[in-house]
Design a protein around this ligand. Structure first.
Ligand SMILES: C[S@@+](CC[C@H](N)C(=O)[O-])C[C@H]1O[C@@H](n2cnc3c(N)ncnc32)[C@H](O)[C@@H]1O
Length: 444
């Protein structure tokens, strides 16, 4: 087949899961950013992979009725977001449709759908991993470009919180002054309620004058700087001493949850509050109940569950996260109701007997990584004594295949819906409430 020219005009027929327009030119498959079904777009070819050609689109004619001018000047070149070219109702509808299709492919029929949950489309992102790249005398800091490993040119970001976005220009000014400017590949940013922290990955040691530049930056912006020479076990705070904790208040529950800057936390605080509200509502009355929270992280769900009156057990593979969950339990006065264990929930060799604990539980909460709950799910369910399972997921496909296992074990998917944790990106966050079919409980 002849090579495509660098620029082609194509008709877009549909969107794929990454929100790329699907098009076809002389039998060749194209995926185009900034393109909506029914539109004709001109696209520059940016990448070829496994027989598919990728490019960014420019609308030529037939704009989709939900097309909107992007509020972000760096879209679509910046790969951080993929949906700035459509209105918000369309974003939500596409995400819900993706979940519905995944459930349908797994023959799971929900009894009810909860309305898509939303909490502000911009300035929501409290955590991100930004690329850093030297280009001539300049240093770029930002998300990767679409379809390439290059770092996008950007001076602000509409999805980062205003506090994190405001750091970008000064970071771009500081980095070229470092003696090791070309040896800093990445900066992670994290924000708590009162402070921000930056984890600066560096491949060569910083000199004294480099450290001094970072010290000035830290003072000017009132941020914590942490150097990372290798893995997370090499984190060294610029200010000396142990890593300082960040934290977020869950006002509805009278809780303050602390975390270390590199630990997993839900990136969107407002949507996290909604997630917790729904988890508790779906669990129903928790007074005196026993709940197991699998993949519990720093206790983001486990602590509110205890606050609502339950005895809860959290399990998680990262020992540091479990240690932080224990600190959170103590500091919030709920340690008596809580127990946390380090457990690799994907391993049959795990020292913790999940099945034995489940045999005493009234409810189960799952919030696994993208790959899903893992090979133990079927066995866990054969031992589970309770009637309610609440499953939070960042991947509709693994959620749907796990949902089929849960349904086969005697449960019904009573409620399901999307929770828009990452507006303007293709990420779909889902929550489902499963209730035992024979001993059905009231939906909260
Ligand atoms: C999506 S996060 C959920 C964390 C927590 N529920 C929250 O809201 O902050 C998934 C968690 O699963 C943990 N995890 C990943 N693989 C695991 C495994 N094999 N066994 C146990 N936990 C695992 C991660 O460390 C992470 O904390």
């Amino acid at each position: 087949m002849a090579k495509l020219p660098a620029e082609v005009t194509v008709d877009v027929s549909a969107l794929d899961e990454a929100m790329l327009g699907i098009a076809n030119l002389d039998g060749r498959a194209l995926r185009v950013r900034n393109a909506l079904p029914g539109e004709t777009v001109q696209t520059r070819v940016l990448r070829r992979k496994k027989g598919i050609v990728y490019g960014d689109g420019v609308l030529v004619e037939h704009p989709h009725e939900s097309r909107r001018a992007s509020i972000c000047p760096y879209f679509p070149r910046c790969g951080g977001c993929s949906m700035h070219h459509m209105d918000y109702p369309m974003q939500l509808e596409l995400k819900q449709r993706q979940l519905a299709q995944a459930l349908d492919s797994n023959a799971v029929v929900p009894r009810g759908w909860s309305a898509p949950q939303k909490a502000g489309r911009l300035g929501y992102r409290r955590k991100a991993r930004l690329g850093v790249r030297m280009v001539g005398e300049q240093v770029l800091v930002g998300f990767r470009e679409s379809f390439s490993n290059r770092v996008a040119r950007m001076d602000s970001c509409a999805t980062l919180t205003p506090e994190l976005s405001a750091l970008l220009p000064d970071l771009k000014r500081l980095l070229p002054q470092l003696s090791i400017a070309d040896q800093v590949p990445q900066i992670e940013v994290a924000q708590g309620d009162t402070q921000c922290a930056l984890i600066v990955r560096h491949l060569q040691p910083m000199t004294e004058s480099d450290v001094e530049l970072w010290r000035e930056f830290a003072q000017t912006h009132a941020v914590e700087i942490i150097f990372q020479a290798k893995g997370y076990d090499t984190l060294v705070p610029l200010s000396g001493g142990p890593l300082k904790r960040l934290g977020y208040r869950l006002a509805d529950h009278g809780l303050y949850i602390e975390f270390l800057p590199h630990q997993f936390t839900q990136v969107n605080l407002a949507m996290n509050e909604t997630l917790i509200r729904y988890v508790l509502a779906y669990l129903g009355n928790l007074q005196g109940k026993n709940v197991l929270d699998l993949f519990c992280g720093i206790g983001n769900f486990t602590l509110p569950i205890a606050r609502a009156g339950a005895r809860a057990w959290g399990m998680e593979s990262a020992p540091e996260a479990v240690a932080m969950a224990c600190v959170n339990a103590l500091n919030n006065g709920v340690a008596d109701q809580l127990q946390f264990s380090v457990a690799d929930l994907f391993s049959s060799e795990s020292a913790v007997d999940v099945a034995a604990i489940l045999a005493q539980c009234d409810a189960l909460v799952l919030d696994p990584p993208r790959s899903g709950a893992g090979p133990g799910l079927h066995d866990w369910l054969t031992h589970f004594a309770g009637n309610t399972i609440v499953y939070v997921s960042c991947n509709p496909n693994s959620f749907a295949s796990d949902a089929a296992i849960i349904v086969a074990a005697g449960f019904e998917l009573a409620q399901v819906g999307i929770f828009d944790m990452f507006p303007s990106t293709a990420h779909v966050e889902t929550m489902g409430q499963f209730v035992r079919r024979s001993r059905e409980t009231t939906v909260g």
